[in-house]
Design a binder for this molecule. Structure first.
Ligand SMILES: [Zn+2]
Length: 135
C-alpha cells in the first residue's frame, strides 16, 4: 500500500489515469486486507477517482466559511469536492489518547525480531483501535 501510494504520487503530474489507477488499487488492497488507511494519507486521496490530491497541482484548496468554517478540496481531475470542518480544539479519533487501548512493549530483542514494527488492530468487542508497538 505504501508503495502504491508513492507510485500514485509520482505519476500524479505525468499520467493522471495511472495515478488514479494506483490509488484505486491501494484502496482495494486496504479493503481486501481490512487495513485502515491513516487519516492524513486518506485525506490526500480523492474520494471519487482515488487520484492523489496535491495542493496547486491536482487539487484546488480553499478556505470556506459559509456553511461551516472549513477547508474545501476540489479535485481537478474529476471536480469532486471534499470539505473538512476546522473546529477549534477538534481532534480526530485516532489522535485522541483514549483511542489507544493497549501498547505492547517488546524491549527484549531475543525472539520477536520477525514481528511487524507497528500494526493497528481493530478491537471487535469495544470498537476501539489497538496500537501494537515494538521498540
Ligand atoms: Zn477526483
Amino acid at each position: 500500500m505504501n508503495y502504491l501510494y508513492q507510485a500514485s504520487y509520482l505519476m500524479a503530474l505525468k499520467n493522471r489515469v495511472a495515478a488514479s489507477y494506483y490509488g484505486n488499487v491501494m484502496v482495494g488492497c486496504a479493503k481486501k486486507s481490512v487495513l485502515r488507511i491513516e487519516s492524513d494519507i486518506k485525506r490526500t486521496i480523492c474520494k471519487c477517482c482515488q487520484s492523489p490530491l496535491i495542493p496547486g497541482e491536482t487539487a484546488r484548496v480553499r478556505l470556506v466559511s459559509k456553511p461551516v468554517k472549513g477547508i474545501k478540496w476540489t479535485c481537478l481531475t474529476c471536480l469532486s469536492i471534499k470539505r473538512y470542518p476546522t473546529k477549534k480544539g477538534y481532534k480526530l479519533w485516532t489522535e485522541q489518547p483514549n483511542s489507544v487501548v493497549q501498547i505492547f512493549n517488546y524491549t527484549s530483542k531475543s525472539v520477536d525480531d520477525k514481528s511487524v514494527t507497528e500494526t493497528q488492530k481493530r478491537d471487535l468487542d469495544k470498537g476501539n483501535s489497538v496500537n501494537i508497538e515494538k521498540n
